[in-house]
Design a protein around this ligand. Structure first.
Ligand code: NAD
Ligand code: IPM
Ligand code: MN
Length: 366
């Protein structure tokens, strides 16, 4: 199979983890007989520096031509003072909106090998496997009006949703739960927000179409606590844009590091942008020490969700697991008896296990 992928490395460690993604992608191509062609496009602060906008038209056009998009991360202190329209983050929000990527899937899975890297007790997190589904193109991030008044002493942001926007993300959550363990936790703030009360109505109505899926409503403040006191009670957690942003960083402690979390931002036809959940990590950028696994696991999500390459996706995920099982880790994942690796060697280890795995698989099939 041939697939063409637009690479949007962005800023800071985004560039470093993108190199890892490319190496893993080419290894998958060689192992499984696929051709992956790639082209790099500018987004974020880098695009502001070169094209005076965080999302150049050429990046959108290339994205429309591609079979899928991979993104590193955007932002950094260098651009903290620029106008709202030129903030690097505006590029990321813009590409999600321009491509209609309303469903953000953020799987958070406990890795036994990383137990000592998590601040939570093994008895609390063992076996946790949560799929956070975050609405990505509505809510506070995009609502109008927004901004300051003329005097600059009053400000407004708007949390707005159309019912149809709620319906499509809630439907995605039920579909996912139907294929997983049959449980949806819908997270809102219905004791305060009108938008949350409508969200609950939508969830209740949609649940009638999925009688095999159990639904629970949870207020976001209580959910923030439950995620780290009883993470095992969650299967699919669905929520609006900003709650999902906050809860997914919180949930990353289950894995020991934000650097472990992948994400898929998709629309109904399966087209998607795949990116790690973490940001440009300015505090460690340029050191070659960033954990590439969130990005590499995002490549696996791309193979599975956009290309239906199930076996290939599982092979990448298994290679990541093997790498961790053998004690290899980056600096964000302290391990007692492990082997500390830089980004390049961690990536090489994953590729080694990926290659060996495929070899032994093909021997088994013979
Ligand atoms: P961050 O996610 O960049 O970093 C938070 C902390 O986690 C830092 O200490 C960082 O070193 C660490 N970390 C993150 N990813 C890591 C990895 N893969 N390996 C090892 N350590 C890792 O969040 P921040 O510092 O709040 O934001 C920095 C910039 O990134 C801001 O400009 C923000 O807007 C942007 N950001 C971008 C994205 C994105 O592009 N998707 C996501 C979040 C934040
Ligand atoms: C994320 C990030 C982005 C978001 C920022 C950088 C705009 O935090 O992808 O989680 O809030 O969506
Ligand atoms: Mn975030």
């Amino acid at each position: 199979m041939h697939k063409h992928i637009s690479l949007l490395p962005g800023d800071g460690v985004g560039k470093e983890v993108m190199e890892s993604a490319e190496a893993v992608l080419q290894a998958v191509g060689t192992e499984f007989g696929h051709t992956f062609t790639t082209e790099e496009r500018a987004i974020g602060g880098e695009a502001v520096d070169h094209y005076d906008t965080p999302l150049p038209e050429a990046t959108i056009q290339a994205s429309e031509q591609a079979d899928a998009l991979l993104l590193g991360a955007v932002g950094g202190p260098k651009w903290d003072g620029v106008s709202a329209a030129k903030r690097p983050e505006k590029g990321l929000l813009g590409i999600r909106k321009a491509m209609g990527l309303f469903a953000n899937l953020r799987p958070v899975k406990w890795f036994p090998a990383l137990q000592s890297a998590s601040p939570l007790k093994e008895s609390v997190i063992a076996g946790s496997d949560v799929l956070i589904i975050r609405e990505l193109t509505g809510g506070l991030y995009f609502g109008e009006p927004r901004g300051r008044n003329g005097q600059g002493d009053a400000v407004v942001d708007t949390l707005s949703y159309q019912r149809a926007e709620m319906e499509r993300i809630v439907d995605k959550a039920f579909q996912s739960a139907h294929m997983r363990r049959g449980h949806v936790t819908s997270v809102d703030k219905a004791n305060v927000l009108e938008s949350s009360r409508m969200w609950r109505e939508v969830v209740e109505a949609k649940s009638k179409d999925y009688p095999d899926v159990e639904v629970e409503h949870m207020l976001v403040d209580a959910a923030a606590m439950a995620l780290i006191t009883q993470p095992n009670q969650f299967d699919v957690l669905v929520t609006e844009n900003m709650f999902g942003d906050i809860l997914s960083d919180e949930a990353s402690v289950l894995t020991g590091s934000l650097g472990m979390l992948p994400s898929a931002s998709i629309r109904s036809d399966g087209f998607g942008l795949y990116e790690p959940v973490h940001g440009s990590a300015p505090d460690i950028a340029g050191q070659g020490s960033v954990n590439p696994l969130g990005m590499i696991l995002s490549v696996a999500l791309m193979l599975r969700h956009s290309f239906q390459m199930t076996e290939e996706a599982s092979a990448v995920e298994q290679a990541v697991q093997e790498t961790l099982n053998h004690g290899y880790h980056t600096a964000d994942l302290p391990q007692e008896n492990g082997q500390l690796m830089d980004t390049e060697h961690m990536t090489a280890a994953v590729i080694d296990y990926l290659t060996a795995k495929s070899v032994s698989d093909s021997i088994c099939r013979m």
